[in-house]
Ligand binder design. Structure first.
Ligand code: MV4
Length: 452
């Protein structure tokens, strides 16, 4: 087992990882920027190092600063959390060169999934369904030819993109050339890689993702799916497990496809295969996220498996100590992301000091947060201040418990998404479970038409 784990992150996920380490008896090293000196992860860790100024580029994204802190502290493992270093193959490589274990997959596995055109190819070779599409394209004519076969709309995606970045929808031949040029330019500017490919565009699909765990001995299991369709501008707002749209047969087949995907790249650690589910029940692989995700907690609640603990044990070389048949998914879990944002003002970030803070509790309620009374939310990072996760025997029980817990949750001094979530979980379409990635847009249309 490791001697000491450095957490290369901040906020609720840093706290989450420190908790898992403590339960394993592992000392922890927090790193923090000058803006985070009073953050909860700094207080909870065994020791803490300031690694630079507030700007992420000079602290949480600074590879030399993080590696130096690990060396100085004598940490022999680094957990990257999500965002920041989590999907940087170059960082994972450098950790290895310094004798530090990166808690996550190999740099090779990260690269194979980080390049989306390569990931598509790997999936096709392994009998995982992908949307009709192309390999990397050279010219506008290549895409025009594909659109002639597949029909409009099509979507052009940057191979170095992902999570909704670097995509352009094309609805007809007239839009094709300019959208393709914009996509390529954006890909070059944002990722330094101009490679793009095309796919048939699915209108308002459901976003379904499958959690997997793999060890270095080739054992891979899946822990069922999450439904992440309630999102706005590629920011997820509510996630749940299981998906109201997935039956046992689809769960079995999608789970098996995710396991094949992971095995194809010798995947080690926790990972997520993202699929889109079309209106006719057909589903397609989109991308694989090679990290722990924000919404991992809903899977933990229905599987009773601590995913961060498993990440650490797998990285330390242990064998998965359960097989697919040992995994029993029980009940339903919903997560609401609590952001310091004003939903009345187009979800504008709203940093400031939390002047009053009371968290909900009781049976089936979990709060993962770094917030506390008098905590000053810095303006430099993302606006999520916590996650509220509720479990129930049924979806409706989880949903009603969520409403109850949201009513108990008090955050004073900053606007948050709590009142917004209270409305959503009482919305008739949300209650029905029959929604897709167009939900939020549709919700505001319905709300405005009611008010006239
Ligand atoms: C798509 C798509 C429709 N058709 N690809 C956005 C995130 C990235 N992982 C893939 N994304 C999409 N890819 C095809 N061929 C629609 C989306 C998409 C989306 C996906 C999941 C959740 C929310 C979304 C919102 C808009 C677009």
């Amino acid at each position: 087992m490791f001697k000491k784990v450095l957490i290369a992150n901040r906020g609720e996920i840093a706290v989450r990882i420190i908790r898992a380490c403590r339960e394993l008896g592992l000392p922890t090293v927090a790193v923090y920027s000058q803006a985070d000196a009073n953050s909860l992860h700094v207080r909870l860790a065994t020791e803490a190092y300031c690694i630079g100024p507030a700007q992420s580029a000079q602290s949480y994204l600074s590879i030399p600063a993080i590696i130096s802190a690990a060396m100085a502290a004598g940490a022999d493992a680094i957990h990257p959390g999500y965002g920041f270093m989590a999907e940087r193959a170059d960082f994972a490589q450098l950790c290895a060169q310094h004798g530090i274990k990166f808690i996550g997959p190999s740099p090779e596995a990260m690269k194979k999934m980080g390049d989306k055109a390569t990931a598509r190819k790997t999936m096709i070779e392994n009998n995982v369904p992908v949307t009709p599409g192309t390999d990397l394209v050279e010219t506008v004519d290549d895409v025009r030819e594909f659109a002639k076969k597949a029909g409009y709309p099509v979507i052009i995606k940057a191979t170095a993109g992902g999570g909704g970045k670097g995509m352009r929808i094309v609805r007809n031949n007239a839009e094709l050339e300019s959208n393709m040029n914009m996509c390529r330019q954006e890909a070059q500017n944002s990722f330094g890689n101009p490679g793009v490919y095309a796919e048939k565009y699915l209108e308002n699909p459901r976003h379904i993702e499958v959690q997997i765990l793999g060890d270095r001995y080739g054992n891979v299991v899946h822990l069922g799916e999450r439904d992440c369709s309630i999102q706005r501008r590629h920011q997820k707002l509510i996630e749940e497990a299981p998906s109201p749209a997935i039956d046992e047969k689809t769960r079995f087949e999608m789970g098996a496809a995710a396991v094949r995907a992971a095995k194809a790249i010798n995947y080690e650690g926790a990972g997520t295969c993202e699929f889109l589910l079309d209106h006719d029940g057909k589903w397609y692989f989109m991308e694989m996220n090679t990290r722990i995700q924000v919404e991992h907690c809903v899977t933990e609640m229905i599987s009773n498996i601590d995913l961060v603990r498993e990440q650490i044990l797998i990285a330390a070389g242990e064998k998965l100590d359960f097989a697919q048949n040992d995994i029993i998914l029980r009940g339903h879990a919903i997560e609401c992301r609590i952001n310091a944002e004003n939903p009345e003002k187009d979800f504008m970030p709203n940093p400031g000091t939390i002047t009053g803070y009371v968290t909900p509790g009781g049976f089936g309620v979990r709060v993962d947060s770094h917030a506390y009374q008098d905590y000053a939310i810095p303006p430099y990072y993302d606006s999520m201040i916590g996650k509220l996760i509720c479990w129930g025997r049924t979806r409706n029980e989880a949903r009603r418990r969520m409403y109850r817990a949201l009513k108990e949750y008090v955050v004073m001094g900053v606007e948050t998404t709590i009142p917004f979530h209270q409305e959503i979980v009482e919305d008739e379409v949300f209650i029905s479970g029959n929604f897709n990635t167009g939900f939020i847009e549709d919700y505001y249309k319905r709300k405005n038409s009611k008010q006239g």
